[in-house]
Design a binder for this molecule. Structure first.
Ligand SMILES: [Zn+2]
Length: 213
């Protein structure tokens, strides 16, 4: 029997031996720009969920807007102000907004895997809103969004919509590690889960599809 952590690591090594590019890439070398990756991640993720909803006899409602912002200039979500260095889904307007500078710096430092984690994660919240999913703790909602991101990515790779390419070792592993909360504070309303919890949730979706989330 494989220990869960070993499984996660095996998965991540498999996955992170690869950069992600759209297939067929417009650039033969796969050197997609940051904006290409962001747009592609949104398009492919929403296409995936449209199919998933359809299979269940449901209709996926695309987000109304996908809004880049800079610093403090992001859109409000109800009474909440957008903060720098963040991406978020707003259920009130059914939109996703992201600090473009922040996400581009992650893309530069950690590779394109960052975009292919963050965008499907935020759109996972848009799915939760439509399915009217209920959670006792915020962290459960966050971990399910990570699981959805894993399931989305594996489906896109398996269908050939995304192509894995050599390089960028440990990219997604590092991304999830960087995104993990420093403490295991499950009752904190802002908690997203530890790096290990997030990696495990991502792996659950990746290995078993979004149906396992
Ligand atoms: Zn989230």
């Amino acid at each position: 029997m494989i220990r869960p952590l070993a499984l996660v690591l095996a998965l991540l090594l498999l996955l992170t031996a690869c950069g992600l590019t759209r297939a067929p890439s417009r650039d033969v070398r796969g050197a997609d720009s940051f904006d290409d990756d962001v747009i592609t991640a949104r398009q492919l993720t929403e296409q995936f969920w449209m199919q998933q909803f359809k299979q269940q006899g449901l209709t996926y409602r695309p987000i109304t807007a996908f809004i880049p912002y800079s610093g403090d200039s992001g859109p409000r979500c109800g009474n909440e102000r957008a903060v720098p260095n963040n991406a978020f889904y707003c259920p009130l307007g059914h939109f996703v907004a992201y600090d473009r500078d922040w996400m581009e710096s992650l893309w530069n430092e950690m590779g394109d895997g960052s975009v292919y984690l963050i965008v499907p994660h935020e759109l996972g919240h848009a799915v939760q809103a439509q399915l009217e999913s209920r959670f006792e703790l915020n962290v459960q909602q966050e971990l399910q969004a990570d699981c959805y991101a894993g399931g989305t990515l594996s489906a896109l790779i398996n269908s050939g919509a995304l192509r894995a390419e050599p390089g960028d070792e440990d990219e997604l592993l590092l991304n999830l590690e960087a995104a993990g909360d420093p403490t295991d504070d499950w009752l904190n309303p802002a908690a997203h889960g530890t790096a290990q919890q997030r990696q495990r949730s991502f792996a659950t979706g990746y290995n078993n599809s979004v149906g396992a989330c």
